[in-house]
Design a protein around this ligand. Structure first.
Ligand code: HEC
Ligand code: HEC
Length: 496
């Protein structure tokens, strides 16, 4: 009897892996890196504020152009009840969490973009709306998606997988977690032209900032009153999300993020490298201590950003609220999934003898001091040009003395500006379409071409809006090697 009870109890225990409480005050206290220009950590919502809203946890479903939709699908969709995106009660092993996290990463949507407006839904039932969209093998589009919530069927747009995604044109599939590759040239419409992303984005902004003109609301997400920028201030005149068009890098790797700036790029990074890092973002905005920190990061960028920077409160008092939150099990599953990833090996690696010679050049040039094998990063932070690291800095143990002198804009002039750039891992660098924190260059050949240091250079990757010629400064290691040594070094790098 007693034995049976013990077995029953322990199997119950096995069935339920506890879900960590993601937004907890203890882990939040020393999570964010201080902003360089202010020497304070950004503020955050308290745990009590964050958990005061109910959890969102809904599966989403593909959208098909009407002429590609299976005949049963539309009827079937109407009959579905809300289903959890991640069901914690069914998670028994780490493998379960990883599988749930992968699905959640693909399916999770922008809650504030959801709509059940009959006109918008009607448009998804018309063939013309889809134009020449990129169709996956099953005939669906990669974005937008359907979601079934307690308000019934709604149209929504993908969250993570609208940016961190790689399109495989030949197989008509998408590879989650990136790295982002330029959209297929032959098929420029990743999204149905009749359902533009700016419509979803405009809806999100007007719900996050009710009763406020679009331009002012957008300005709140990027302004740095302690380092004023008239180009950001001018954005207050924008009338709608459609005015953002020219500011987005589009197909050149640049995606302005909240707290970033359209004028200082941040590329969409490869999320297969997270297990090698101790900080998140190119500027190391937050510590990465385990899957919970990735979960917290998603909570922060989705709905948990109170936009407080020392004395500068960027939200009006009535805007300072948590608009929604994803269930902790959704956030945690994505964290566990992303931490389980490793970059793919290059299927076209060079001959072993050439790779070995390249490794010798890598060693000789001291690259490993920062890009230390086996992860090809030492996980540390390097100060941007102009940043005097205060002796009292809380992250001092992870800070290197050397500055790389790459463009200091993102690190010094934005709200993501910790004053640092982290040392990126070079594992999987062969598959990266954009290099450097802002994605200025598009290949290792371009990266090691000294011509990029000159003002008349035309960078092939991201450029600030309206700019075509400029220097891509800094990280001069390897620039003065002979052409032959460069080729050999690159062969080694492409094998990592
Ligand atoms: C609008 C495009 C966009 C969307 C949507 C998006 N991201 Fe990102 N993400 C970025 C960009 C750009 C960066 C780089 C930011 C930086 O370096 O400052 C980034 C950075 C990250 C990082 C840090 C990576 C590193 O190497 O330090 C993680 C983790 C991450 N995103 C996960 C997610 C997850 C999970 C989702 C969905 C919940 C998501 N992102 C949605 C564009 C996006
Ligand atoms: C003192 C530290 C340091 C040394 C030495 C160093 N790097 Fe880097 N490397 C960095 C940092 C930091 C970045 C990111 C800079 C940025 O984005 O602004 C970087 C970026 C890169 C990138 C671009 C990766 C990406 O995804 O953007 C490559 C490739 C690279 N380094 C290769 C090398 C090679 C090869 C050597 C030796 C010839 C070398 N590095 C020496 C610190 C270093």
């Amino acid at each position: 009897m007693r034995v049976a009870a013990i077995i029953l109890l322990s199997s119950l225990f096995l069935m339920q892996t506890p879900v960590p409480r993601i937004w907890n005050d203890v882990d939040l206290a020393d999570w964010a890196t201080p902003v360089a220009g202010l020497n304070v950590r950004p503020g955050h919502f308290t745990s009590a504020e964050y958990y005061s809203v109910p959890a969102d946890n809904f599966r989403t479903y593909p959208v098909y152009p009407p002429d590609h939709e299976p005949s049963w699908y539309w009827e079937w969709l109407q009959r579905q009840k809300p289903e959890p995106l991640v069901d914690a009660a069914r998670m028994k092993t780490t493998a379960d969490w990883i599988a749930a996290g992968e699905r959640a990463f693909r399916e999770i949507d922008f809650v504030l973009a959801r709509t059940n407006d009959p006109q918008t839904i009607g448009r998804t039932r018309e063939k013309d709306t889809f134009g020449n969209s990129f169709l996956l093998r099953d005939g669906s589009v990669s974005d937008p998606r359907w979601v079934i919530t307690d308000q019934g069927l709604m149209l929504t747009t993908s969250d993570c997988s609208s940016c961190h995604v790689r399109f495989n044109e030949a197989e008509r599939s998408i590879v989650p977690a990136g790295p982002l590759v330029p959209w297929p040239e032959s098929n420029p419409f990743i999204r149905p032209p009749g359902l533009p992303i700016t419509d979803f984005f405009g809806r999100m902004v007007s719900r996050q900032f009710p009763d406020e003109p679009f331009g002012i609301a957008f300005w709140r997400t990027a302004a740095t009153p302690w380092a004023p920028d008239t180009r950001i201030d001018d954005l207050r005149d924008m009338k709608s999300a459609r005015d953002l068009g020219p500011l987005f890098g589009g197909n050149n790797g640049g995606v302005p993020r909240v707290n970033g700036s359209p004028f200082y790029g941040s590329k969409v990074p490869d999320l297969h490298l997270l297990r090698y890092y101790r900080y998140l973002d190119a500027t190391g905005t937050h510590r990465l201590r385990g899957p919970e920190d990735i979960a917290r990061y998603i909570a922060q960028v989705s709905s948990g950003d109170s936009m407080e920077f020392g004395p500068h409160l960027m939200l009006a008092p009535k805007q300072r609220r948590v608009t929604y939150r994803f269930a902790d099990e959704v956030l945690y599953a994505i964290g566990v999934y992303l931490m389980s990833l490793e970059p793919e090996k290059n299927p076209f690696a060079a001959e072993p003898a050439l790779v070995e010679n390249g490794r010798l050049i890598f060693e000789r040039e001291g690259c490993g001091n920062c890009h230390a094998p086996p992860n090809y990063t030492n996980g540390k932070l390097t100060p941007a040009t102009g940043f005097e690291v205060p002796a009292s800095h809380p992250n001092l143990v992870d800070v290197m003395a050397a500055s790389l002198d790459t463009d200091p804009g993102l690190a010094m002039k934005t709200r993501k500006g910790t004053g640092f750039y982290k040392v990126p891992s070079l594992r999987g660098v062969w598959s990266r379409p954009f290099l450097l924190h802002d994605g200025s260059v598009t290949s290792l050949e371009e990266f090691f071409d000294a011509a990029r240091l000159h003002n008349d250079y035309a960078p092939r990757g991201w450029n600030p809006p309206g700019v075509t010629r400029r220097a891509v400064p800094g990280h001069t290691f390897g620039l003065n090697l002979s052409a032959g040594d460069k080729r050999t070094l690159i062969a080694f790098l492409k094998d990592l």
